[in-house]
Design a protein around this ligand. Sequence first.
Ligand code: 5AD
Length: 339
Amino acid sequence: MDTLVHDALLNKQNLKQILSTDKYDEKLFELARETALSVFGNRIYIRGLIEFTNHCKNGCYYCGINRENNNVERYRLSLDEILECCRKGDKLGFKTFVLQGGEDGYYSNARVVEMIRAIKKEFPNHALTLSIGERSYEAYKSFYDAGADRYLLRHETCTLEHYSKLHPDDMSLFNRLNCLKNLKNIGFQTGCGIMVGSPYQTIDNIVDDILYMYDFNPQMIGIGPFIAHKDTIFRDMPDGSVEMTLRILAIMRILLPHVLLPATTALGTLDKKGREKGILAGANVLMPNLSPLKDRKKYSLYNNKICTGEEAAESIEKLKKSISKIGYELVSDRGDYKD
Ligand code: 5AD
């Protein structure tokens, strides 16, 4: 890897310049792609995403399932339904299940532990990722001890001023970052991340997020464009940029060559070729949707979220074909983080 470029990317001025123009894109994407190829080859890991509840106690201004939105038809999956999703995913070749949901008190720590145990009992060799928000150190530890392997918790922004424009006063950036530290200390493969082009985000904010992510050195990073949701106060805000998202993906790939980096659903929503473009900018993970078809549309974080096309787990064969067209191969592998 080009250490000169790597070191140059740790400089705020350089980062600002790279993010402010498309002049460097070609070189940047090429280097990111080479970096990913040297670590993972042309192998793309897949994760089966199970959105098991859209109830949420939080009021994040950007999110379509926030507590204030009365237009959402709320749902919860039973443990049996969740296990059914896992069985379907297993048959399709998934070796990682991602359980994602709003912050839903119904799933008490004890219920989450029960859910982890049940999944791990039936699928002891599969990896289990949780994405269920902020909980106490003790709760996280009990999830880890029950067998969960990974945890996704985007920090959204590491700048306090920006954080307070995206979240109501009852949420705290300090707590969020502290949760991330706890998760990593406990031993989870831990993921942080941001939305690109979220309302009021500046280039300086993005630069600080890139440096924060580099310092935190997570095993996974989730980066997708912000997309407005019609029932939120940000309904008229512009969507994030695909180009900018690709640049940030590429920079993170170069800075953290081993990191697990998905081409996100939001990227695929804004651009038909978003997933492919993400991979060509250094991403190495895709997360097709395994949620029950009857509930899929209800997990609407942003407008027009794709969920029944190639990003649907049941269309995995189609996805395989599109990815092979750009020279990559979907693999049936746990795809753990390796140094
Ligand atoms: N646009 C894009 N991404 C969003 N998320 C939530 N709302 C939106 C939106 N409107 C992302 C957040 C969250 C993840 C699960 O989805 O970053 O952490």
